[in-house]
Design a protein around this ligand. Structure first.
Ligand SMILES: NC(=O)c1ccc[n+]([C@@H]2O[C@H](COP(=O)([O-])OP(=O)(O)OC[C@H]3O[C@@H](n4cnc5c(N)ncnc54)[C@H](OP(=O)(O)O)[C@@H]3O)[C@@H](O)[C@H]2O)c1
Length: 440
């Protein structure tokens, strides 16, 4: 049997502790599968005395994660601390610069520095593996980076944030408000004490930026993403969507268009009878549409210690099995220097169906006037209806709900500006984009 693969792990939290336990429990099986043993030789975290429920005796403890990455006797540095900046950034860079392979679950780091780190990895003959960084245990990185090589991808999209999907599912199933569902998600540990990063869509955006690069062979452009979170979604929207045969999901979508690539994260209505609409709770799903393979949909656990550690384990096993001196798979599927510049398609040119909910004062002619503004902006309507069932009092504002056929974002925005100018709107209109999966 070949020499053991020596690994150093920085970060012993939810994912790190799971990884240590699994590697220790499955030591023999992994050695047989990989043709060599995998030994944890060094670890680092902030607090040495913390009980992490795993055995750390005989493993070198580093007070400083950067020292572990730059000095420890290791073949692989596993970064499980998180964060786009230091120490994660300096650690990963230091390890790669001395030719030590890196495995990380850190989407924030990759979204900010992925291409630079990929270049360093290539220059020093090291691998940069990050399957766990997007959709946790779902093997979407490998699918895009290796399995689908040669396909031209037209769209990749998915539910990539369990917190948001849990909240939206609970709102729909139990008729509870956003705030009530967020509190429950926090109580169950599905949402952070400060949930902004998840519910505002930033976490999905980080993951999407990585998928976009892999799917379209472009540089990562994490700051160039249209972003809308789920905080404005009301129970009224969810009920109206359900009445119309849709469910609301927070999707990250990257799509090739004639004018460039669209990257967008927003609440999205998906037809009720599609598989992605049925993905509930904290589960994740990623769909890829391409010319040779057609449509691929992967559904599975997007977070959690063991599910995420499973993806990290797979990355480590790939390194253990790789032959010394063999050509490495580049981190983003093609050599970093061959990645194309990212060309953004303007959100105004996005084409699709729209759900529009307006609250209006109860006045004769308003309904017809709304329809007139839609027609003037070349927006063809699939349906328009007035909801008055929720309002017993005739003085209460009425709700008008419109669903459009495919139209441009610019037309919808223009129509809404003109409707606002009429003076009969109460509050802000709600606009939710509709996404139609190809096959499901
Ligand atoms: N949790 C998930 O379900 C999940 C899913 C997908 C991806 N990820 C990614 O996996 C990574 C780890 O997430 P996690 O949930 O395991 O995080 P976590 O539970 O917060 O654990 C973070 C670990 O990093 C250590 N750490 C933090 N700052 C450090 C520093 N300056 N120096 C040394 N160690 C430091 C902490 O040490 P102490 O324990 O001593 O405080 C802790 O052990 C992140 O990049 C995250 O985005 C997580």
């Amino acid at each position: 049997m070949a020499d053991a693969l020596k690994i150093g792990i920085a970060g012993l939290g939810t994912v790190g502790a799971s990884l240590v336990r699994i590697l220790q429990d499955r030591h023999e099986t992994m050695a047989t599968t990989c043709g060599r043993a995998i030994e944890i030789t060094a670890v680092a975290a902030r607090e040495r005395s913390k009980d992490r429920g795993v055995k750390l005796a005989g493993i070198a403890w580093f007070e400083d994660a950067v020292s572990l990455a730059s000095e420890a006797d290791i073949d692989v540095f596993v970064e499980l601390m998180g964060g786009a900046g230091d120490p994660a950034y300096s650690c990963v860079k230091a390890a790669l610069m001395r030719g030590v392979h890196v495995v990380t679950a850190n989407k924030a780091l990759l979204a900010a520095h992925g291409i630079e780190l990929a270049e360093i990895a290539e220059q020093h003959g090291a691998l940069l593996n990050y399957e766990a960084a997007v959709a946790g245990g779902i093997p979407v990185i490998k699918a895009l980076r290796e399995s689908m090589t040669g396909n031209t991808i037209s769209r990749v999209y998915g539910i990539m944030n369990g917190t948001c999907n849990y909240i939206l599912t609970k709102m729909e199933k139990e008729g509870l408000s956003f705030e009530e569902c967020l509190k429950e998600a926090q109580r169950l540990g599905y949402a952070e004490a400060d949930p902004a990063f998840d519910i505002e869509g930033n976490d999905t955006a980080h993951k999407l930026s990585i998928l976009t690069s892999l799917a379209f062979g472009t540089a990562i452009a994490a700051d160039d993403i249209y972003l809308e979170g789920i905080t404005n979604i009301s129970i009224e929207d969810i009920q109206a969507a359900s009445d119309l045969g849709y469910r609301i999901k927070l999707l990250g979508v990257a799509q090739r268009t004639d004018s460039g690539i669209e990257q967008r994260v927003h609440p999205t209505m998906v037809p009720h009878d599609t598989v992605i609409a049925q993905v509930d709770g904290v589960t994740n799903a990623v769909a890829i549409e391409s010319d040779i393979l057609g449509e691929l949909l992967m559904v599975g656990p997007g977070a959690g210690g063991d599910a995420t550690a499973s993806a990290v384990l797979g990355d480590i096993a790939d390194i253990a099995k790789s032959r010394p001196g063999a050509q490495h798979v580049p981190a983003f599927g093609r050599p970093a220097k061959a990645l194309l510049p990212y060309k953004r398609a303007r959100m105004q040119s996005h084409e699709g169906g729209y759900f529009i909910r307006l609250k209006v004062v109860d006045r004769t002619g308003v309904f017809a006037n709304v329809a007139k503004h839609m027609a003037e902006n070349d927006i063809s309507l699939e349906s328009i209806m007035q909801h008055s069932k929720h309002y017993a009092d005739p003085a209460e504002p009425k709700t008008i709900i419109l669903v459009t056929h495919a139209t441009s974002e610019a037309s919808v925005r223009k129509a809404i500006v003109s409707i606002k100018g009429e003076g009969y709107l109460v509050g802000e209109p709600q606009v939710i984009r509709i996404e139609r999966p190809k096959a499901w």
